[in-house]
Every structure is written in C-alpha cells, then in structure tokens.
Design a protein around this ligand. Structure first.
Ligand code: GTR
Length: 431
C-alpha cells in the first residue's frame, strides 16, 4: 500500500481510512532487546509514489522531494505555515563589550504579528568581537530561557510560562534570578566564540509553550481552526511551530550585518533535535542541520522496535505532532515514509546526526541506520553521503555530507558534541 498511494490532501484521508481500529490503549513497555527488533523494509526514498525510480537530481528535486515533504506534513508534523506578513524586529539592543570584551551581545525581539501583545520571540546573539568578516553562526532553541545558557547578568530573564524545575529555579511556571546559567554546560559559549562562530538562541516556549492546551497559545493563535470545526489531520503540531520559529530567527539573521547567512547551522537536542531536522527539511537556508539525540520522531527509524515508539510519544506528547500521526501507533510499518527520508530532505546540504551510548530510549542504532539509509539520496545529488558501512565505535565521528557520531554518556549535549559540530561547520564553504 504505502508505495502507490497518490500524494496530496487525499493521501491523508485515504491512508487513515484504510487503517483498522486501534487495538489497545495501554502502551506496552519499550523493547531493549536487539534480537526482538524484528524485520522491516524501509520505503525507498528514490522510488516515487507512482513507482517511477528517481535516477537524476532533477526528478528528485521536482518530483520525489516534494512528495516526501508532503508525506511528513500530512502525516507526522503537520503543515508548515508561511511566514507572517507582519513579521517585524525591534531594533537590537547591543552590548559591544560582553563577556569580558570578547563578544558582542545582541537581544532582538521578533514579533510574529502587528499586535504589540501578539506572540513574539526574544533572540539572543553572541558574536565574536575579533573577526574580519561576518561570522558563521549556530542557531538553536533552548529549554529554559536565554538567561539559562550563560550566567551573563545582561541577558534578559524570560518571563513566559516555563516548566517548573526546583533544580533550575523555576517555580509557578516562572524563571527567577536563580535560573541564570543553569544550562550553561549545554551551551559552551566561550568555546563557540573562540572558534569564530556566533551563537543565536531563543526559548522554545516563546514560540509555543510545551504543554497540551488545545493549540490556543503561542503562535498557534495565529493559525486558528474555524470555530466548531475539528482540528484537521494535518494541522501543525508543536514541532512544526518551533521549526517555524527557527525560520523566523533565520529571517532576522539574514538582516544582521555581523552574521554570514550562508553559514548558519541549525542545531537542537532531543525534542528540539526533532525540531532542527524538520526546520532543515523545510528551510533550505540552513546550510548545516544538526540532530543531537533526537530519537523517536527525529533521526531514529520508526520501523525499528527499540526504545521509544509512536505509541509512547503520542501518548506522552500528543501536541508535538499533527492529529494524523497517532494513527500510526503500533503501525509503524504502514507509514509511507520513515525518518531516513527526513534526513534525505536536507540533502545536498550537510546533516549531522549524533547519538549517545546510554540514550537507549532514543535508539542510537536506529539513528545511525536512518543516516545510512539517507545516503543514496546524497550520492544521487553528487555530494557523497555517510562514509561508513557499519555503526562506528563510540567517540569516533564519521565525517561526510552526512556526519554521525555516538559518544559515551547519556542523553545530553556535551563539549564533545559541540567540538564535532564546529569541526563539521569548519568544512562548510560559502555557496
Ligand atoms: C522524552 C521524549 C523524547 C525526547 C525527550 C526530550 O521524554 O520521550 O522523545 O524528546 O523527552 O525532548 O527531552
């Protein structure tokens, strides 16, 4: 069935109608036994929905790539809304002697509508002071506010809804002075600046607070469902909202004379790694797309029954995806795509997939195999893909147009990860 269905709005309805009713409500425990993963066949990224093989770059670009983007939009993440007509940036607030005089700090409010009380996002930038040209940049969303990434007292304290955390000084869903720098280990600002990169980051909750509120808050308010109408199966979930926000940050970066917009890497961890991949699939302005421990709904193959599965993720986080996606819980084999095709949507731009050895919930091997299965698309496009036949040993990066590493340790972002991402970005040349 999956290969020969027509793509378009009818696809979603036809595919969903063909699925038998769900059998059980309670998600069984996750499988961690490699011998019980089971056999599976991945959909071929280089065969069109009508069965036509993709033999040249033009067929990929004009026919197969749009088909695949449509499948992910219709069935997993929801449709990416266009940029807002009223997008505007407040004048950046600039400190030219930040971090002991090593950096320029900018804070820019990005408004998503023409209403002063409408949704907006605060972008924080650190730009290396010593440089002779606009800086290449890493762009990533953060989980606990811009003030959490560095103890710099000049960073505005975020005042939006935030998940409570005693450890991070967040109570009654608001950050406090005690929240400053609590996530600094994941954002090695000094290291990034020292290698000549700028860092741009924003709090993901500015775009869409991460709880299931019926899609009223954040930027979802800009994309309302008509009153009384059910939410369409392809309505954008939170991952689409966050990815949309990353593209709006990129809209700003293109206007900043201190940034080289041809060398912007989008990077994200975990749910924000899923988001970085989806942002990179939709927005070709990102030259490098980095998935750090993104797991289920990110780089990991759905068809490998190891760690988190669709039944788990759609139960715990129904708001991350479009309404159609839940229908594939325990029916991974009926998806007309798998996550290797998400990575393929980044081609021929550079993709970096990173796993952590102890992060079994995210299925490191499934992340590697997805990267590997995207390789034929890169090869067709002439960039070379992932130069590894087998999963590499820990802490041994494989470097190519698709790069991959699995490091020792747990679900996290470490200096090892960042150093590898910067090694990869060093190889990017302006197009
Ligand atoms: C987990 C979820 C993962 C991952 C993670 C995170 O609970 O099951 O898919 O996204 O959250 O984002 O921290």
């Amino acid at each position: 069935m999956p290969h020969r269905i027509s793509v378009g709005l009818s696809l979603c309805a036809a595919l969903l109608a063909a699925l038998p009713p769900r059998a059980s409500a309670a998600p069984p425990n996750a499988n961690y036994d490699e011998t019980k993963v089971g056999a599976y066949t991945l959909p071929d990224p280089l065969v069109c929905a009508d069965g036509t093989p993709v033999r040249d770059a033009e067929t990929w670009r004009a026919k197969r790539r749009p088909e695949i983007l449509e499948l992910f939009s219709a069935l997993e993440y929801g449709r990416m809304p266009p940029p807002p007509k009223q997008l505007r940036f407040d004048p950046p607030r600039v400190e030219t002697g930040a971090l002991g005089g090593t950096a320029i700090r900018k804070q820019v409010r990005i408004h998503f509508s023409d209403r002063a009380d409408g949704p907006s996002m605060d972008l924080l930038l650190y730009i290396p002071k010593e440089r002779t040209a606009p800086a290449p940049a890493f762009l990533g969303l953060n989980f606990y506010g811009n003030h959490s990434i560095h103890p710099d007292p000049g960073i505005d304290l975020n005042t939006n809804w935030m998940r409570d955390s005693k450890e991070f000084g967040v109570a009654n869903h608001r950050a406090s002075e005690a929240s400053r720098g609590v996530r600094a280990s994941r954002w090695p600002v000094g290291r990034i600046l020292a290698r000549g990169y700028a860092l741009a980051t924003a709090y993901y909750g500015d775009i869409d607070p991460d709880f299931d509120d019926g899609f009223q808050n954040g930027v979802h308010a800009l994309w309302p469902t008509p009153p009384g109408a059910p939410r369409p199966p392809d309505a954008p979930g939170a991952i689409t909202a966050w990815a949309w926000g990353l593209s709006r940050a990129m809209d700003y970066l293109q206007t900043d004379p201190d940034i080289d917009p041809r060398r912007v890497a989008v990077m994200g961890h975990s749910r924000l790694g899923k988001t970085a991949l989806w942002a990179g699939a939709n927005d070709a302005r990102f030259a490098l797309v980095i998935s750090n421990n993104s797991g289920c709904g990110g780089a990991a193959l759905h068809r490998r029954d190891f760690g988190e599965q669709i039944r788990h993720i759609t139960k715990a986080f129904p708001h991350w995806f479009c309404p159609a996606f839940v229908h594939f819980a325990d029916r991974e084999h009926e998806l007309p795509f798998d996550q290797h095709m998400l990575i393929a949507l980044v081609a021929p731009r550079t993709a970096y997939i990173a796993s952590a050895e102890e992060d079994r919930w995210a299925d490191p091997k499934g992340e590697f195999l997805a990267a590997k299965a995207a390789d034929p698309v890169y090869r067709l496009l002439g960039t070379g893909g992932l130069p590894a036949a087998d999963m590499p040993a820990v802490n041994t990066p494989v470097t190519g147009a698709i790069s991959y590493h699995v490091r020792t340790g747990k679900h996290d972002v470490t200096d090892f990860d960042w150093d590898r991402y910067m090694d990869c970005a060093d190889r990017l040349r302006p197009r």
